[in-house]
Design a protein around this ligand. Structure first.
Ligand code: BEZ
Ligand code: FE
Length: 295
């Protein structure tokens, strides 16, 4: 083959090696990847030392990763690629609620709760009463929808980050089901903003860029209902100090909510609460699965 490759012709030469693939999508992705990688190297005049540093970085992303430490996913989140893909692939448009990252703190095996339960499992904090309505794009209630929810405590830590303190018990997470009116509701404690992990390779980028590492206060939701696209999303505290500069770009305006503060008194579930509490109420709209569409 060619010994006279130049800075320009090498790109096409590499791309041609994918011509033998019988998988058109594989070929499309790799031909484009080679194009963009080469253009990137030419654009920034990438040096050998810089690429060596980058390869070492990628290797360290992999080495620190484990089932409970998703550094590769975090890199994708921090570079905005995860939200770009969410926007491209997971937001059906129309009036459906926007999708936002799953994040690393969803766990299998979470407890099941019934509407009205306190899902804090005894963790101390400002009481929070969450209520939601799950509807279709015509505003009709979706009964029997499964609603996974999870969030941090008032110091910004999830249960799985303090397993020892919580004796490996789940807290501040549950799977609920909507009633005939499409409603679900639960009691918990108010979460707080928190930083993404910065003690790994991703932290080096954040420090070098002098970027904010914080995620504004949020509650996670994952909806499943027969006949509808499943929806993974988050609701953010509208007046959080970090709103508008979420480290992972998920705090879309359409997902910013009022976490309404109340003085001691009667809570939405009719109980007397002797301390200030917070309420969060939202309508979530699911897009119907149309024939031939991705479930
Ligand atoms: C979270 O939402 O919990 C999260 C998402 C991305 C990176 C870190 C945390
Ligand atoms: Fe989170």
């Amino acid at each position: 083959m060619s010994s006279d490759l130049t800075e320009k012709t090498i790109t096409e030469a590499v791309q041609r090696t994918f011509d033998t693939s019988t998988d058109p999508r594989f070929r499309q992705v790799f031909v484009s990847l080679v194009q963009h990688l080469h253009d990137f190297a030419r654009d920034v005049r990438l040096t050998g030392d810089e690429w060596f540093t980058a390869m070492d970085f990628i290797e360290r992303l992999g080495k620190i990763s484990s089932p409970t430490r998703q550094e590769v996913v975090l890199a994708s989140d921090l570079l905005g690629l995860s939200m770009l893909l969410d926007t491209m692939n997971e937001s059906p448009g129309g009036s459906a609620t926007a999708s936002a990252l799953l994040g690393p703190f969803y766990v299998e095996g979470r407890p099941t709760a019934v509407n009205g339960d306190d899902i804090s499992n005894g963790v101390a904090g400002t009481p929070m009463f969450v209520s939601g309505r799950v509807v279709d794009e015509q505003g009709q209630p979706i009964a029997g929808a499964h609603v996974d929810t999870w969030h941090s405590d008032g110091a910004g830590f999830y249960d799985v980050q303090q397993a020892e303190k919580l004796h490996n018990e789940f807290a501040m997470r549950a799977l609920l089901t909507t009633g005939d009116d499409g409603r679900f509701w639960y009691r918990s404690i108010s979460p707080r903003y928190y930083p993404v992990p910065t003690d790994g390779p991703c932290g080096e980028i954040m420090r070098a860029a002098k970027r904010s590492v914080m995620r504004p206060q949020h509650v996670h939701f994952w909806f499943h209902a027969d006949g509808y696209h499943s929806l993974i999303t988050q609701l953010f505290l509208k007046d959080d100090p970090y709103i508008g500069r979420d480290a992972v770009f998920a705090d879309l305006t359409s997902l910013q909510a009022d976490f309404v503060r109340h003085e001691p008194g009667v809570a939405p579930d009719g109980t007397q609460v002797d301390e200030p509490f917070v309420t969060l109420d939202w309508t979530f709209t699911l897009a119907a699965n149309t024939i031939g569409a991705k479930p």
